[in-house]
Design a protein around this ligand. Structure first.
Ligand code: ZN
Length: 244
């Protein structure tokens, strides 16, 4: 299998990625709703050349800024959507996955930002590949990747780990807005901060991943992730959780 080519699809405030091996590819996350929907689809089609198919769409978690164009892209390309059952259930039953602020900065951002007024997912939204806590292995589709369930930011948050050691972690960490830091930091928005730290340990110690691509901000190394965990407990305490 040739090396994967990774392109960031920078359609809006969320990093979405195209990962391609020759004529097979997977899209990681699909941006926000509303204004950026058309731009995302244009960016995705520019990123793929005419003879490259999109084999799968992986949603790291169900927040509005990661899932916005998933149904449109799936219908346009025929690619199945992979999402964890917990976030999928929230989307289908409640129309959205709640964003839980941790601390005053996150509350401030969420109040100010009209983007946080997330619309409900379309009622006809259907994900074909809903996986459970054991994640999923996509080697059978000719994609050298595994999906690891890494809950915390949302109940269904999951990471995509390539055989070559690159990982796509959604909002398990952020290294730029809405975080206040440009170095990797635990997310300012999250369902269960302590569980997110446990998921980081699971990801670091059960895989050989050494480069992490987040949903917001720049990629970072395993060393930076380990450093983040060592000061993350203190940050977690300041945010009022018992993160150890
Ligand atoms: Zn999120």
């Amino acid at each position: 299998m040739q090396d994967a080519v990774v392109k960031t699809i920078g359609a809006d405030m969320t990093n979405c990625y195209l990962i391609a091996w020759g004529q097979r590819s997977i899209i990681v996350d699909t941006g926000t709703y509303r204004f950026w929907r058309r731009r995302f689809l244009e960016a995705a089609s520019m990123a793929t050349d005419s003879d490259m198919g999109i084999s799968a769409i992986f949603i790291t978690h169900g927040h509005f800024d990661h899932i916005g164009s998933a149904d449109g892209l799936s219908k346009a390309s025929g690619a199945p959507i992979f999402i964890h059952e917990a976030d999928y259930r929230l989307l289908k039953e409640e129309g959205r996955v709640p964003a839980v602020p941790q601390g005053p900065w996150a509350r401030f951002v969420m109040k100010l930002s009209p983007f946080m007024m997330a619309p409900r997912i379309p009622e006809d939204f259907v994900a074909e590949e809903v996986f459970g806590d054991d994640g999923a292995d996509l080697h059978g589709m000719g994609l050298p990747v595994r999906i690891i369930h890494t809950p915390g930011h949302t109940p269904g948050s999951s990471a995509l780990v390539l055989d070559d050691g690159r990982a796509f972690v959604g909002d398990m960490a952020m290294s730029g807005f809405p975080s206040l830091s440009l170095k990797p930091d635990l997310p300012v928005i999250g369902h269960d901060a302590k569980l997110n730290i446990q998921s980081w340990r699971k990801l670091l110690y059960n895989t050989d991943a050494f480069i992490f691509h987040p949903g917001h901000g720049r990629p970072f190394t395993r060393d930076e992730a380990e450093a983040m965990l060592s000061y993350g407990a203190l940050i977690g305490d300041r945010r009022g959780c018992e993160c150890k």
